[in-house]
Design a protein around this ligand. Structure first.
Ligand SMILES: NC(=O)c1ccc[n+]([C@@H]2O[C@H](COP(=O)([O-])OP(=O)(O)OC[C@H]3O[C@@H](n4cnc5c(N)ncnc54)[C@H](OP(=O)(O)O)[C@@H]3O)[C@@H](O)[C@H]2O)c1
Length: 307
């Protein structure tokens, strides 16, 4: 076993802890803490410690933790003062994620954590049409009820999500979905990681909920126009109803439950539930959030029609 790869008898004190650290967001948060020269101990938890050997070699304390196993969480959280819960991707059965996150909140409290941070979703309340919203709402509620200091980071839709579908829109000259005229505050995963790292490392000890978004919102017609300008190919936005959008996604090969979740994002967008843009990224990090236009320009090559 490599140095730093498991719990030791000498617990780090006042540590910053990141869960789900082998995921794209969690790993990046840990890297950003290292890049900023964080002097407090950093603990990274994951179900797959072997995937974090490189971070352990850079001095990060890597611990095994599974959100389905509350005892493993309590052990893994020992010594943490501020703790970022990265929402899991366990979507196989309704309520599993909410139960996992509730385990994490209870374990944080039992381990003496002072401040909990959580990656939530824009407008996750009971009115949300998004299939994933109830898990986030339940988790936010558990955190508030815990009485712990907290920072809830309501991440808007990752700009990266667009890259999966846009090559097909370019190929067909049609961007087809059920978002209607609704706008989204697309935010890059990198900006979500920067915001989370800054909030985790900050001295804020109160209770707050922040909307983490890009600098402005964009409708699907805006997206189609931006893609057209970047590729030199005309792309038209074609609104359809939610059932058609879901069928199209299934036809493109997505499993039905996943297609239903994506289509629910469309339904929420059409109702204006993702139409949120704030300055939170700049306020937390001192640097503005990346605009959608800049993000797409940086990924111009990924917009090419699939071969
Ligand atoms: N705002 C958006 O548009 C958007 C888009 C996609 C996802 N998300 C959410 O943001 C989260 C992070 O995004 P990402 O891009 O980093 O996703 P990702 O790379 O798929 O990471 C998924 C994360 O879930 C964790 N996880 C799953 N099951 C777990 C379990 N039983 N115990 C502990 N951890 C578990 C993984 O941790 P380990 O494997 O390290 O244990 C990993 O960090 C996702 O999980 C999802 O909740 C948001």
């Amino acid at each position: 076993m490599m140095a730093g790869m498991t719990t030791t008898n000498t617990e780090p004190r006042g540590a910053l802890l990141v869960t789900g650290a082998s995921g794209q967001l969690g790993r990046r948060v840990v890297e950003l803490l290292l890049e900023r020269g964080e002097e407090r101990p950093i603990i990274a938890t994951t179900r797959s410690p072997d995937k974090l050997a490189d971070l352990a070699a850079r001095g990060v304390v890597v611990r095994a933790a599974d959100f389905d196993d509350e005892a493993s969480l309590e052990r893994a959280f020992a010594g943490a003062e501020r703790l970022l819960i990265v929402s899991t991707d366990a979507l196989d059965r309704p309520g599993r994620r909410a139960a996992q996150h509730a385990n994490a909140v209870r374990a944080a409290k039992a381990a003496g954590v002072r401040h909990v941070l959580y990656t939530s979703l824009t407008n996750p309340g009971p009115e949300s049409l998004i299939g994933l919203a109830p898990d986030h709402h339940a988790t936010e509620t558990r955190i508030v009820e815990s009485g712990l200091g907290h920072t809830i980071l309501r991440n808007n839709v990752y700009a990266e999500i667009l890259l999966a579908g846009l090559p097909y829109a370019v190929a067909s000259s049609k961007l087809v979905n059920a978002s209607g005229d609704g706008a989204i505050g697309y935010v890059t995963r990198e900006d979500c990681a920067r915001a989370a790292a800054a909030a985790l490392a900050s001295s804020f000890e109160g209770k707050r909920t922040l909307d983490v978004t890009g600098p402005s919102t964009a409708t699907q017609a805006d997206v189609a126009r931006l893609v057209g300008e970047l590729t030199g190919k005309k792309v038209e936005y074609v609104p359809v109803d939610v059932a058609t959008a879901q069928k199209n996604l299934e036809g493109a090969g997505l499993p039905a439950p996943v297609a239903a979740i994506y289509a629910s994002f469309d339904a929420a967008t059409a109702k204006g539930q993702l139409d949120v843009a704030t300055d939170a990224v700049r306020e937390l990090t001192g640097q503005p959030a990346t605009s959608l236009a800049d993000f797409l320009a940086q990924h111009r090559a990924a917009l090419a029609p699939p071969s």
